[in-house]
Design a protein around this ligand. Structure first.
Ligand code: SF4
Length: 388
């Protein structure tokens, strides 16, 4: 069951069409890693076929003013999360749970209030990208901030909940105006009369359209942990990380990584049930972990609820495999060697990861919450970056 209550998601297709027709607006779109390995299924292509270039061409034909890659923001997430991880480790603070998955974040807010201080204060890549675009684009495009419309294409229905979080907005403007799923994008492309399978390839816009190989890897389970470990220790992790299954805990894999001479226990968790079990074990001291990646969907985002229907799980397996090879820049393996990530910190923000402007733009807070009489009620003040 989707803990975000987003199982009957509202389609925002009409709102996106309206924005595209509004002459005063500039409409910018970002696309999550897992979308590119599933969208082709809606046009008769096999599951796992990488359609990045065709998808970008279709979006340009539909009238979007800028087309960016959420995997670039995944690289930013890696840089910020690595800084947070090292800071907490030096301070001897407890394990760090990832926070990219809004279904997991909401579950933690509802059911694991004691773990909220251990939830990474990094925004998800979707929200980091939105926050960065709100910061950078009005001046670049010479428009009033309210005329910048930001659309996300996500494999995920829970992202529709995430974009409504009040803390993911600035000066009254949400970081993301509309979230559409992979299926909804397929519908819009069809409504435009575009035959995606017959298009030539196009490229994302720069600078926010260039992602590392492992940034694109966020689209499958294990991708976040692998990207963070590679960023922290590129030499040690240059081969594939060896994950071991954890006995009696389905959906959980574990590894030990040595970074700067220190050994860290890292776990990757698929599914809310397994995440709840791990959190309980962490709380009781039954297991000792330093970094825990949690994704609510089987296989991670490649198997998200916004992807084309997959009754047997076979399509998901093909997508998971494809995500690993979907990055165009094989030479740029991790966020630390993405030149555009460096440019953001050096020229745009003027600070180190996790500091000053980067902290203001890329970090958030969490609140314990309950559902009372069908209403979503926040019970506490913020727990996260501001609370620390
Ligand atoms: Fe959304 Fe599922 Fe990915 Fe979580 S794992 S972000 S719920 S698609």
């Amino acid at each position: 069951v989707c803990p975000t209550g987003a199982i009957i998601p509202k389609s925002e297709i009409n709102e996106v069409w309206n924005d595209l027709q509004d002459e005063k607006s500039k409409v910018v779109i970002q696309i999550a890693p897992a979308v590119r390995v599933a969208l082709g299924e809606m046009f008769g292509l096999p599951p796992g076929e990488v359609v990045t270039g065709k998808m970008v061409r279709a979006l340009r034909m539909m009238g979007f003013d800028r087309i960016y890659d959420t995997a670039f923001a995944a690289d930013l997430t890696v840089v910020e999360e690595a800084a947070e991880f090292l800071k907490r480790s030096e301070a001897g603070e407890g394990p760090l749970f990832t926070s990219c998955c809004p279904a997991w974040v909401k579950y933690a807010e509802q059911s694991l209030p004691r773990q909220l201080p251990n939830l990474s204060s990094c925004m998800s890549p979707q929200s980091m990208m939105g926050s960065l675009l709100r910061h950078a684009l009005p001046e670049e495009l010479s428009i009033e901030p309210e005329h910048l419309k930001i659309v996300s294409v996500m494999p995920c229905t829970a992202k529709k909940f995430e974009k409504k979080r009040p803390e993911l907005s600035r000066d009254g403007l949400p970081f993301v105006d509309h979230v559409i799923t992979t299926r909804e994008l397929g519908t819009m492309i069809r409504e435009s009369g575009i035959m995606l399978d017959r298009l030539d390839a196009d490229n994302f816009d720069l600078p926010f359209g260039f992602a590392s190989h492992l940034g694109v890897g966020f689209g499958s389970s294990g991708g976040v942990a692998e990207a963070v470990l590679n960023y922290l220790d590129p030499e040690g992790c240059s081969g594939r990380i060896h994950w071991e299954t954890v006995e009696d805990l389905s959906g959980v894999r574990k590894t030990t990584a040595v970074i700067g001479g220190k050994a860290f226990s890292v776990a990757v968790v698929q599914g809310i049930k397994s995440a709840a079990a791990i959190a309980k074990m962490v709380q009781s001291g039954e297991i000792s972990l330093d970094l825990i990646e949690v994704m609510a969907c089987p296989g991670g985002c490649a198997g998200g609820a916004g992807q084309p229907v997959d009754r047997t799980g076979e399509k998901r397996l093909a997508r998971v495999k494809a995500v690993r090879s979907a990055a165009p820049a094989e030479g740029v393996r991790h966020a630390g060697v993405n030149p555009f990530v460096r440019e953001v910190y050096t020229h745009m923000l003027g600070c180190d990861p996790g500091e000053g402007e980067a902290h203001r733009l890329f970090h958030t807070t969490y609140h314990s919450r309950k559902r009372i009489d069908g209403m979503d009620i926040r019970l506490t003040g913020p727990s996260g970056a501001e609370a620390r």
